[in-house]
Design a protein around this ligand. Structure first.
Ligand code: BTN
Length: 329
């Protein structure tokens, strides 16, 4: 670990107090000037650090820069040894994860987080707006212990959606809702999308790895979404509404995903998913094989598929696709 990294780790772990420059110098066996230089270099990277001649150094409360040590500090014990890679900017954390899969030996549950994505990807080839400094863009790489077949991953996106909803409820007083299958809504606007991608072997029907990508508009301002998205995209928090940090929220999403993936049963996950569903009980419209339908959303089955009842009482099961909610919601 470099001097800069050690200092940042200490600052992240002690956000509520000043750390003396002298203590840091003694502990790291460096001059106070070397410490001062490392702190300045962190400031150049965008960390807002208060320096006081008498008291030392402290991260400013307003410093919301994502950092590996800030996230790690807030992770549950089981995840403290996770590999976390933080980017200032990347095309897409999912795309980068795929590149790394082919070039490096990644550990199970490797986490990639970026402050910005220049080519964030959504489902069905859509883009995902990922402006700098206000969102949380995460990819988690999973290597199943055994050679799972495709069906074992039916619920992966459902588990990620449940993790996001739980994390938001743990950290805020908000009540987000899940719009089947992978969108999280708050106050009629989409605040989060999930894109799970598998590296699969079609011959053996086995999945070698899965990348779970989660994008949350955390403190994103309307103006940052661009014209087309303003009407439909929202953000979890308004600017200055809360002192909650992106490091804390990112860690909570990861903690909750660990829980829904490893600890909760499929039944438990589905119950939380349904309890927080935006669609269940509502009239919806959708298109299937070129035909337009209107129906009532009545259930999410054990594979995470949406079950709807048409006006003629016929039951239909939707595996994927866009569903619109009719009327006010
Ligand atoms: C959607 O809304 O259709 C899914 C959006 C998924 C966005 C996340 S952000 C992190 C990861 N990297 C990407 O390029 N996409 C996912």
């Amino acid at each position: 670990m470099s001097t800069k990294e050690i200092i940042l780790k200490k600052l992240e772990e002690n956000r509520d107090k000043f750390i003396s420059g002298e203590d840091l110098a003694t502990e790291l066996n460096l001059s106070r000037t070397a410490i001062w230089k490392a702190v300045n270099s962190l400031k150049d990277e965008g960390f807002i650090i208060n320096s006081s001649t008498n008291k030392g150094y402290k991260l400013d409360d307003s410093c919301d820069k994502i950092s590996k040590y800030g996230v790690l500090f807030n992770l549950r014990d089981e995840l403290k040894n996770s590999d976390i890679i933080v980017y200032d900017s990347i095309d897409s954390t999912n795309t980068e994860a795929k590149r790394l899969l082919y070039s490096e030996n990644l550990k199970n549950f490797t986490i990639l987080i970026s402050d910005e994505q220049t080519m964030g990807r959504g489902r069905t080839g859509k883009s995902f707006a990922s402006p700098k400094g206000t969102g949380i863009y995460i990819s988690i790489v999973l290597f199943p212990d055994e050679r799972f077949n495709f069906n074992a991953f039916d619920l992966i996106t459902v588990k990620a959606a449940v993790a996001v909803v739980n994390a938001i409820k743990n950290k805020t007083n908000k009540n987000p809702e899940i719009k089947w299958v992978n969108d999280i809504f708050l106050n009629h606007k989409k605040i989060c999308g999930i894109l799970s991608e598998a590296d699969a072997d079609f011959e053996s029907h086995e999945i070698k790895s899965v990348i779970v990508g989660i994008g949350l508009n955390f403190k994103t301002k309307d103006k940052d979404f661009g014209k087309d998205l303003k009407a439909i995209a929202g953000s979890l928090l308004k600017d200055k509404e809360s002192s909650l940090l992106r490091n804390e929220m990112a860690a909570e999403i990861i903690n909750e995903f660990y829980d829904s993936y490893y600890n909760l049963s499929d039944e438990e996950v589905l119950k939380i998913y349904k309890d927080n569903s935006l669609l269940l009980g509502r009239q919806v419209s959708f298109e299937k094989n070129g035909v337009k339908y209107e129906a009532k959303a009545i259930d999410i089955n054990d594979k995470g598929n949406l079950v709807v009842e048409l006006e003629n009482k016929e039951i239909m099961t939707l595996l994927s696709g866009e569903v619109s909610v009719k009327g006010e919601f």
